[in-house]
Design a protein around this ligand. Structure first.
Ligand SMILES: C[S@@+](CC[C@H](N)C(=O)[O-])C[C@H]1O[C@@H](n2cnc3c(N)ncnc32)[C@H](O)[C@@H]1O
Length: 276
């Protein structure tokens, strides 16, 4: 089996599109992996991926970029701080606030939310119990996320006061304060194949499903996202992503350029203020 054929078949199997892949870099990585595993051809590797969930996760990780940053697309976090969270908290009947970050990489996204909450809302809302769930298909990313050690390059959008307060420098890395680390629950989870969670207030699904997944997988994920959110929940996707064509039946855009959507709820259709 040639590499291109392998890539096409494996992409379909993993629910990914195969066009955006940077073919050469990926070929090198896959060949290196074959050598590590003592395998000699792509056909045997394909079989291995189908039989072994760890290898499935390993390859998904290779085929999707895993780079992230704290406060990536700062405008999204600004919109959360000034509009979305105040709107959620204004009408809060329950005492918990549930957040889910899907494809969380090394934890930059869920930790950014945690820092935003700590800095701007925690004191004012002592009765709200914040729970942040962060999932990624790759166990290694999850372990790295729990460690909370970062290079300066993924901290460039972090405000200076937050950097000073919540990170300490150690051997060329920046280590996140333990209190923030403990506030996020990390779990290995494949969004395409595993059961979803429920009753979420905000779901981050950025730079994964709507970039790398095939159209069929995107629709499958979109339906899952609508189900896991509560009736007034919000979905945040990546700045360069678009939702599949079925979305108007499930979500309405709230902030177009920040790519923040609200779960479609017919009772909200009174005016934008009501919707928010
Ligand atoms: C580019 S990162 C996105 C990080 C973060 N959400 C952001 O926007 O900065 C994509 C992550 O998705 C993970 N991933 C790939 N396939 C996945 C799947 N099927 N389920 C869950 N996570 C997956 C990868 O391991 C990687 O860490």
């Amino acid at each position: 089996m040639q590499f291109d054929q392998f890539l096409k078949e494996v992409a379909v199997y993993l629910g990914l599109q195969w066009r955006p892949f940077q073919r050469r870099g990926i070929k090198r990585k896959v060949e290196r992996r074959l050598t590590q595993l003592g395998l000699f051809d792509f056909e045997t590797y394909l079989k291995r991926i189908k039989d072994d969930p760890t290898e499935h996760a390993y390859l998904s990780n290779i085929l999707t970029v895993t780079i992230s940053r704290f406060f990536r697309d700062k405008e999204v976090f600004d919109a959360l701080e000034t509009s979305i969270l105040p709107a959620i908290l204004r009408n809060r009947e329950k005492s918990d606030l549930k957040i889910w970050s899907i494809g969380c990489a090394s934890g930059e996204e869920p930790y950014s939310f945690s820092l935003l909450w700590k800095e701007n809302f925690e004191k004012e809302y002592p009765g709200i119990l914040l729970s942040i769930l962060a999932t990624d298909i790759d166990e290694k990313m999850i372990e790295r996320a729990k460690e909370g050690r970062y290079k300066k390059s993924c901290l460039r959008e972090v405000p200076e006061n937050i950097l000073r307060h919540y990170f300490r420098a150690e051997n060329g890395f920046y280590v996140l304060n333990e209190v923030i680390r403990k506030g996020v629950e990390f779990r290995a989870h494949n969004i395409l194949e595993e059961e979803s969670f429920s009753n979420m207030d905000i779901v981050f699904s950025r730079n994964l499903a709507f970039t790398y997944f095939s159209k069929e997988s995107q629709i499958k994920v979109l339906k899952k996202l609508a189900t896991c959110l509560n009736d007034h929940g919000y979905l945040i996707i990546g700045k360069d992503e678009t939702l599949p064509f079925t979305y108007p039946t499930l979500f309405i855009p709230i902030f177009q350029s920040e790519k923040i959507y609200k779960k479609f709820n017919p009772t909200d259709l009174v005016g934008l203020n009501e919707v928010l």
